[in-house]
Design a protein around this ligand. Structure first.
Ligand code: G3P
Length: 226
């Protein structure tokens, strides 16, 4: 059966921590970065400085979020952010002002990521106004006992039905199973904290198996030397 999504799934880090970004980028598994005002505040960094620092490490989409809530200020802020680096995507909240902003940014060739998406209707509207990415927050839905992954399945189906170019960026990921399920559905991108990326790599049976292989190998080498 041919894959339903022709492009390989992309993995982003959801952090503004430079040492984590450098660590995982060095493994060759980081396709992009998402940040939000909380993550930037946690680092105590200036948004502009940190986004530029990240762009030196990762050659892929980097989301930087506007903090203005009214349209005029959102547009001014987004235009400034977009000038920082060609890989920057302006992250805009899923509000009426945000939708208008995305449409204006689209007409100016500024790429956008519509964030804080919690329903398929919000994702549909973001796609209609030309968002490049939509970010449904699945962990926060799970937190209130609503199945976040069902939302991903709905959005992927809707975008496929109408051939929307908007990519589904699964956000608010809590554990590796979220990524596997998103991949099974065919979501374009998953963004995750560093701890989850670390967990993606490991399996206890890999560690145990390697330990046994090496133990057997060393025992055999010892015999040969004797
Ligand atoms: O950056 C957006 C999103 O991934 C935040 O996740 O863990 O704060 O719900 P979280």
């Amino acid at each position: 059966m041919p894959p339903t999504n022709p492009d390989p799934m992309q993995l982003f880090l959801d952090t503004a921590n430079l040492s984590d970004i450098k660590k995982y980028a060095a493994l060759g598994i980081v396709d992009g970065i998402t940040t939000n005002p909380t993550l930037i505040a946690k680092e105590g960094a200036s948004l502009e400085k940190r986004i530029k620092e990240i762009a030196e490490v990762v050659d892929g989409p980097i989301s930087a979020e506007v903090t203005a809530t009214n349209l005029k200020e959102m547009i001014n802020e987004g235009r400034k952010i977009a000038k920082w680096h060609p890989n920057v995507y302006v992250k805009v909240p899923s509000t009426s002002e945000g939708l208008q902003a995305v449409k204006i940014f689209k007409s100016e060739n500024i790429r956008t990521n519509t964030t804080l998406v919690f329903s398929a209707s919000q994702a549909l509207l973001a796609a209609k106004v030309g968002a490049d990415f939509v970010s449904p927050f699945i962990g926060r839905l799970d937190d209130i006992s609503e199945p976040g992954m069902d939302l991903i399945a709905d959005i992927v189906k809707i975008f496929k039905n109408y051939n929307f170019a908007t990519k589904v960026l699964v956000a608010s990921i809590r554990h590796p199973r979220h990524i596997v399920e998103a991949a099974l559905i065919g979501a374009d991108i998953a963004t995750m904290p560093a701890e989850v990326m670390e967990k993606l790599i490991h399996h206890p049976l890999t560690d145990l198996g390697l330990e046994k292989f090496l133990k057997d190998w060393r025992a055999q080498a010892k015999k040969l030397r004797a």
